[in-house]
Design a protein around this ligand. Structure first.
Ligand code: G3H
Ligand code: 13P
Ligand code: ZN
Length: 314
C-alpha cells in the first residue's frame, strides 16, 4: 500500500474506540524498531517528523527511511505527518514533499489568527489530498512558557472555542490541550487529565477526531535503568497507561509518542555501556536499543487498542 493520509484510520479509530499511534522518528534505528513492532502487531501507523528531527537528520534522509518502510510493508497503512509545523511555508513545503498529513501549530497565536493560519494551510493541503491537524490550547514542553501542571491547567482547550475553531478553519483533526505536556516531567504531583473536556468536545463535535500530544507514559522500567546505569532523571512522571487507554476509547484518535522511544533507546544504550565498558561497536548498542523500542511499541499498540487493525484501515 502506498502512503495514505489519516482519513480512513481516524474514521475506523473513532467508530471502533481506539487510537492510532503517532511515533516520532529521528533516525533509522528508531524507525526500524517502530515498524518491526507495527508489522508484527498488524497495526495502522503514523510516523511523524518534528523540527528537531529535521534539523538533526535532514528531512531527505528521514523521508528515504520512511519510503523504505512503506515499500517493505505493503499490508500496513502508513501516514507521514509533519509534527508541530509552525508556519504556512513549512506546511506547504511538507505537502509539496509528499507528506500525507501536516500539523499547523498555531496554538501560541490569538484564537482568530490560529483559525486564519489553519484555514490557509487547509486551503493548500486539501486539494492535494493532505490532511491538516491543528492545535487548540497549549501544552507544556514545546510551548516554552508553559511548563508544569498548574500552568498547563490554565491552558486547557475550551469546548466552545473548539467547535468554532473546527467550523471556521476546516481542519481534519484537532489536538486539544487536556493536561498533558511534552517530555518526561509531565506532572508535579498526581497525574490528571481533563477527561470532562475531552468528553465535552467529543460530544459537541460528533465523529470528529481529536489528537493527544504528550502521551508518553515515561515507563518506570526505562527510567530505572537510566538511573541505575549512571543517569540522573529524578521525579519523572508520564500519563498512566490506563488514562491513555481511556482517552483512546473516547474521541482521541491519534496519540503522540516520542519520549517513551527516547527513554527505551537511552536506557538500553546505558545498560550496554555499563555492562560492557569496552564496547565501541555502534551496532552492539544501537541494536539492543532498537529491540527495546520494538518491544515497547508492541506493548503500546495494545494500550491504544490499534493492534490488529491494519486491515480495516486500508
Ligand atoms: O513534539 C515534541 C516531540 O517530542 C519532538 O521534539 O522537537 O525535540 O524532536 P523535538
Ligand atoms: P511525548 O513527549 O509525551 O512523547 O509527546 C510527544 C508529542 O506530543 C509529539 O508531538
Ligand atoms: Zn506534540
Amino acid at each position: 500500500m502506498a502512503l495514505v493520509n489519516t482519513k480512513k484510520m481516524f474514521e475506523m479509530a473513532y467508530k471502533n474506540g481506539y487510537a492510532v499511534g503517532a511515533f516520532n522518528v529521528n533516525n533509522m534505528e528508531i524507525t526500524q524498531g517502530i515498524i518491526d513492532a507495527v508489522a508484527e502487531e498488524k497495526a495502522p501507523l503514523i510516523l511523524q517528523v518534528s523540527r528537531g528531527a529535521r534539523e538533526y537528520a535532514k528531512n531527505s534522509y528521514l523521508r528515504a527511511i520512511i519510503d523504505v518502510v512503506v515499500a517493505e510493508n505493503p499490508d500496513i497503512p502508513v501516514a507521514i505527518n509533519l509534527d508541530h509545523g509552525d508556519t504556512f511555508e513549512t506546511c506547504k513545503q511538507f505537502v509539496d514533499d509528499g507528506f500525507t498529513s501536516v500539523m499547523i501549530d498555531g496554538s501560541n497565536l490569538p484564537f482568530k489568527e490560529n483559525i486564519a493560519l489553519t484555514k490557509q494551510v487547509c486551503e493548500y493541503a486539501h486539494p492535494r489530498d493532505v490532511v491538516v491537524e491543528a492545535e487548540l490550547g497549549q501544552l507544556g514542553g514545546i510551548e516554552e512558557d508553559v511548563v508544569g501542571v498548574e500552568d498547563v491547567d490554565k491552558h486547557i482547550a475550551d469546548p466552545d472555542q473548539a467547535v468554532e475553531f473546527v467550523e471556521k478553519s476546516g481542519c481534519d483533526s484537532l489536538a486539544i490541550a487536556c493536561g498533558t505536556s511534552h517530555g518526561a516531567y509531565k506532572f508535579k504531583s498526581e497525574p490528571k487529565l481533563a477527561f470532562n473536556v475531552i468528553e465535552e468536545i467529543g460530544k459537541r463535535l460528533p465523529n470528529f477526531p481529536l489528537v493527544m500530544h504528550g502521551s508518553s507514559s515515561v515507563l518506570k522500567e526505562f527510567v530505572d535503568l537510566i538511573n541505575k546505569y549512571g543517569g540522573n532523571m529524578p521525579h519523572t512522571m508520564g500519563v498512566p497507561e490506563d488514562m491513555v487507554t481511556k482517552a483512546s476509547k473516547m474521541a482521541m484518535c491519534k496519540v503522540n509518542i516520542d519520549t517513551d522511544l527516547r527513554l527505551a533507546l537511552t536506557a538500553k544504550i546505558r545498560q550496554v555501556f555499563a555492562e560492557k565498558p569496552g564496547e565501541f561497536d555502534p551496532r552492539k548498542y544501537l541494536g539492543p536499543g532498537r529491540d527495546a523500542i520494538k518491544a515497547m511499541v508492541k506493548h503500546k499498540l495494545h494500550v491504544l487498542g490499534c493492534a490488529g487493525k491494519a486491515g480495516e484501515c486500508s
